[in-house]
Design a protein around this ligand. Structure first.
Ligand code: PEP
Length: 262
């Protein structure tokens, strides 16, 4: 059964833009999309600023009723207590975050997050009504040793242990070798893994949830290559790093349908 999934264009700012810069950025992004008459039915647009920006973004989005979603780049597995430096899903929900990125490769490698940690964070996000943008992806060594799908499939299975699929999920396939490298996967590679990930969603949940869940591609996405990924049947959008910090470029990525006539 063919289900219409609204494409999702998500900008991961990483540790860039402070709270004042975030206000100017989101305002200009909204103007840029409005000027171009962006139809949000063509692509939902979301930004993922640093924690310290979220209150400012919330205030702006709410005051101006901007049609831009936002979320955090991480969440604690715990709800409250003696966890110095951590941010609870309850705090993110109080700031009207809709989404939270979980399991980005930089968290897995630089902060040693295990599959079990990521699973606990997905469960924590759901406890607070947040939709996880769950990142999975293989390194260049994994690709060489196991091919493209094995590691992302295993990471997805592990992250979904005990998860209620009806609570909402976005999956982002991000090959680690493609992140920030300027060397994106081919649309064929992205489709092959996205289809395998959707297969896992069917096995773990059911076909209805699998068909409704958006699977993104991430890794060196730009305005020049976004349309080729969105043409693939199982790729429903992009998680964008570097290019999400350039308003014209990010807005152009969100308008992939119009500017390339796709
Ligand atoms: C990312 O960090 O999630 C990412 C995809 O980065 P980039 O677009 O810069 O490759």
């Amino acid at each position: 059964m063919a289900v219409k999934r609204t494409p999702f264009i998500a900008g991961n700012w990483k540790m860039n833009l402070d709270h004042l810069q975030s206000i100017a950025f989101v305002q200009k992004l909204a103007w840029s999309l409005a000027d171009a008459k962006h139809d949000f039915a063509d692509a939902e647009v979301a930004v993922f600023p640093p924690f310290t920006d979220l209150r400012s973004v919330q205030t702006l989005v709410s005051a101006d009723s901007l049609p831009i979603a936002y979320g955090a780049q991480d969440v604690s597995a715990h709800d409250s207590g003696a966890y110095t430096g951590e941010i609870s899903g309850a705090f993110l929900a109080a700031l009207d975050c809709r989404y939270v990125i979980i399991g980005h490769s930089e968290r897995r490698t630089l902060h040693g997050e295990s599959d079990a940690d990521i699973n606990a964070k997905v469960l924590a996000a759901h406890r607070h009504g947040l939709i996880p943008v769950l990142c999975v992806g293989e390194t260049a060594e994994d690709l060489e040793a196991h091919g493209p799908s094995a590691v992302p499939v295993a990471q997805l299975r592990a992250a979904l242990e005990g998860v209620d699929g009806s609570k909402g999920l976005v999956v982002a396939y991000e090959p680690v070798w493609a992140i920030g490298s300027g060397q994106a996967a081919t649309p064929d590679q992205a489709e092959q893994v996205a289809a395998a990930l959707r297969g896992v969603l069917t096995e773990v949940f059911d076909d209805e949830i699998a068909q409704a869940t958006r699977v993104l591609y991430g890794g060196s996405v730009k305005a020049a290559n976004i349309a080729s990924f969105l043409r693939e049947p199982n790729v429903d959008g992009a998680l964008v790093g570097g290019a999400s910090l350039d308003i014209a470029e990010f807005s152009s990525i969100a308008r992939f349908k119009k500017h390339v006539g796709a």
